[in-house]
Design a protein around this ligand. Sequence first.
Ligand code: SF4
Length: 427
Amino acid sequence: MRTYSIHNFGCRATQADGSALASALEARGLTPESDAPDLVILNTCTVTAAADADVHKMVHRVRRENPAGRILVTGCYAQRAPEELAKLAGVDWVVGNSHKTQIPEIVLAPTYHGQITVGEVSAPQDFFSLPILDPSGERSRPNLKIQDGCNNRCSFCIIPSVRGRSRSAQPEWVIEQVSRLSRDYREVVLTGINLGRWGRDLATGRQFARLLRDILARTSISRLRLSSIEPMDFSDDLLALMAESPRIARHVHAPLQSGSDTVLRRMYRKYRPRHYEDRIRRAHALMPDAAIGADVMVGFPGETEAEFEESRQFIASLPFTYLHVFTYSERPGTRAADSAAPVPMEVRKERNRILRELSAAKNLAFRQSLVGKTLSVVTLAGDKALSSNYVPVKLGHHRPANQLVDIRVDALADPGVREAVLLPVLA
Ligand code: SF4
């Protein structure tokens, strides 16, 4: 076995695992190859039924296009339902998140030790991560996973049972990685499964805000962007640090899931609507120009018309600039999946449409408010850029990727806004 390819499905955490896995395989002499590699690794997601179906499709496609290649399925789907995957024709290995770090040894072993290698994911595990250098093909904004797992038990969520308990990268490793990335990149995106919990499991019990202060003090990174953080982890200290630091992106993403108190209770979310509102209004007061986004779910079991309307009104009342709208998907092994009151799929779809329209209206109003203003952006490929407050920008002219520049907005664009084109002054 000399060549390999890795197909990552799902979230940034899975992609970061994929980067670490690629590096581990190359350290054992394997080389990346997209055309008929000896080994095909599917690094899977299982957060929705659709994610599972994508993996089945990929196994069949690899079987058809590369019959000689050996298939290893790992990731969250492998951890949740190894037997299901082992039954698929052509799957040689199924390796859970529990044993992901041992994949090089498993595939390079002189003898075959069986199809399934899956163990307890809650057992203490090494932190497995490497930067994702080019997540969106724009040669910029690498993702760095610094936290994994989750100790919460939201009733709809499969993640804790497939990724284990919350665990953090060591602060020195984080600072070293950001320092290394800052040589080539202007912006680094810090990510995790429950990012705001970073440090709580470490002997020092250090807080996330303290890590950010250390990164800002000890590296020359121009911009840090924080990916999703649970609402109650947006402490006053963290929000104050974000507001006072031009090197932290003006971007708050706090999963809400529902604006209905009774639905939040059935979801086992750790806050009431008023607590959530308090955090969002504080963020907005400290950073009026910031992007404020939320994950919201529709069609949670038992969600009545009244509960959905309560949620819609709550969302409409808050200064969001965008929403990620998800339709509830039953996950085997979660508490909510056993509920006796599923919401019909066409109702879920309709509620999804309503909240997406609300998101589009809020985003339009936010972008309109930026016309005439100056934004700090990081340049991406070609005439594209992304602002500190998470708005795509169409640049007035092409610039090299990975520059941090100020631009003045003169109009809307689709998506995002447009940079004013400065016409040369004719003598
Ligand atoms: S906080 Fe809740 S939704 Fe998020 S990963 Fe943990 S259990 Fe899942």
